[in-house]
Every structure is written in C-alpha cells, then in structure tokens.
Design a protein around this ligand. Structure first.
Ligand code: BJW
Length: 247
C-alpha cells in the first residue's frame, strides 16, 4: 500500500506512552486500578459520595506533574518531531490527563479525557488552570461558590471532550496510529475502526503487548513506547510508508 506523505495523521495515545516517564497505567499489574477502586475514583458518583477521597487521589497525581517528578520521554519527543517535520497535519488525541505531550513540544493536541492541571466549577462551568492541591474548601473564581470545583477530567458515563473535532479528523486522516492504550475504553477504542471505515485510513498499533483492539489494526508493532515510537517516526519521515508488517 502506498502512502501519500502529504496526508493527515491522527495519533491516539494512552497511559502506556507515559509509563516510562514514571506514571502508572490503569489496567496493567500494579496500575491505578490495583491500588484504587475504579468505582471510587472514576465515576462521578464516586466523587459526589466522597469528594475528599477523590481530591486526595487527583492531588497526588497532580503533584507528580507540578513537583517536576516526571518528564516527557523519547516517545513524546518523537511525536513532537513528527508534527514539526511531517508535510501534512498531525493531530495527537490523548486519553492522558498529564501534560507530557505539550511539555515535549506537541501543539496540535486534544485532551479527550481532560487535564489534571485544570478544574471545573460544577455550578457555573468555569474552567481554570490549577497547579496546586484542590479541596472542598476551594472557591470558584467566577461564581464565588465554595465546594463546587472538581478536577477537569472525564469520568465514566461523561462525554469525552472535543468529540466533533476528533471524528472530523478521523474521517480526514489517511494514517491512524494508536500508542500505549489497552483498547478497553470507548469511544477511543472505536477510533481505529472509524478512521478505517470512514476515511479509508491505514491503521497501526504501537503497544507493549497485544491489546484488546489489536485485531482492528493493519499493522502492529510491539515494544516499549520509548523504542517503538521513535523508530516508527524515523521510518515515516525517512521512508514514507509502510512495510505492512505485523511484528
Ligand atoms: C505500554 C507501555 C510501554 C504499558 N510502552 N505501551 C459497554 C460497552 C461499550 C462502552 C461502554 C459500556 N459500558 C460503558 C461504556 C462506556 C464507557 C466505557 O468505555 N467503559 C468500558 C470500561 C466498557 N466509556 C465512557 O463512559 C466514556 N464516555 C462515553 O462513552 O460517553 C458517551 C459518548 C461518547 C462519545 C460521544 C458522545 C457520547 C468516558 C470514558 C472516561 C474514561 N476515564 C478515565 C479516567 C480519566 C481521568 C484519569 O486519568 O484519572 O480515563 S478511565 C481510564 O481509562 C482513563 C484512561 O484515559 C482510559 C484508557 O486507559 P488506557 O490509556 O488505555 O490505559 P490502560 O492502563 O488501560 O492501558 C495501557 C496500555 O499501555 C496497555 O495496553 C499496556 O500494554 C500498554 N503499555 N506500558 C507502550 N512502556
């Protein structure tokens, strides 16, 4: 299959791309769901039942970013290089709430599951940057109500952000690449199929191991993101497209 170097690329990233930066994934052994009950921290009901517990969880995550404990890795850097050098549009859609893509230099970026360093007021919908601990005693800057701020992240049952833009990009891309995601969570788990069916995109998975979504991809490369992503970007920039291998 020949790939036109000028065509658009959409890249979906998940927790696996940040693993080698020191951030836990969700579903791997030792991941977030091994240490925190999903029903406590991921659905909005968990937050309303015990907001202090959920704030404590996200405050810990936020501190990992704000205290400089983690840094972008070679995979984040490779995607920033691809955006800078590819002669077409490159859109990174991340499920991650960390800020490692932007710190690596990616600019055309959608955080579909929100951002750890932002908060939203449940009363007036104000969204603001927040780089410190959040508590039930904090006050919304706009409506001045207390106890209404929550992390600006997307929990189960909530609608992910920027969906119209994402689907438009999926339908206009000729290459869709999924990196470091288990393919368990929708709607992201359906993106490869959408890009292939609606836009005729060639689909590639770069993941540590086979994922639930692997059968959806035309090409699969297994290995740690810091190795397979820079190699894939190098190949794309140097040689165009593709080998069609499943490794
Ligand atoms: C490496 C590596 C290395 C490791 N190198 N790789 C039944 C059927 C279908 C759907 C549903 C259903 N019941 C409910 C739903 C919908 C639900 C859903 O999908 N549930 C499933 C669990 C079944 N989805 C929703 O509710 C979503 N909303 C929704 O659908 O709204 C309706 C709607 C959609 C569209 C338009 C209009 C309406 C919302 C989902 C919100 C997800 N929220 C979370 C928490 C966010 C905040 C936070 O981060 O704390 O998002 S859950 C969690 O999972 C987080 C992640 O972004 C998300 C995905 O996880 P990810 O990134 O894939 O991580 P892992 O751990 O699963 O995988 C890591 C992978 O990396 C593994 O494969 C490793 O092998 C690999 N890896 N090290 C490369 N070094």
């Amino acid at each position: 299959m020949a790939f036109d170097r000028g065509k658009n690329i959409v890249i979906l990233t998940g927790a696996g791309i940040s693993k080698e930066s020191g951030l836990d994934t969700f579903r791997d052994p030792g991941g977030v769901w091994d240490t925190h009950r999903l029903e406590d921290v991921a659905p909005p009901e968990g937050f309303h039942r015990d907001p202090m517990k959920v704030h404590a969880f996200y405050n810990g995550c936020r501190r990992q970013l704000s205290e400089g404990k983690v840094a972008p890795n070679a995979a984040h850097a490779a995607l920033a290089r691809l955006e800078a050098e590819w002669p077409g549009e490159v859109l990174v859609v991340t499920q991650n709430v960390d800020d490692l893509h932007e710190r690596a230099g990616t600019r055309n970026l959608i955080h579909m599951h929100g951002e750890l360093n932002k908060v939203r007021c449940e009363f007036c919908d104000w969204i603001g940057v927040w780089d410190r601990d959040l508590s039930i005693n904090d006050t919304c800057e706009r409506c001045t109500k207390t106890g209404t701020l929550r992390p600006q992240v997307v929990w189960f049952g909530e609608i992910p952000l920027s969906m119209p833009e994402i689907y438009a990009a999926l339908e206009a891309c000729k290459l869709f690449v999924s990196i470091g995601t288990s393919g368990n969570v929708y709607p992201a788990a359906g993106f490869a199929d959408h890009a292939r069916s609606f836009g005729g995109a060639y689909t590639v998975e770069l993941n540590l191991e086979p994922s639930e979504g692997s059968p959806l991809f035309a090409e699969i490369v297994h290995g740690p993101a810091t190795e397979v992503v820079p190699a894939f970007v190098h190949r794309l920039l140097e040689q165009g497209w593709p080998s069609g291998r499943r490794t």
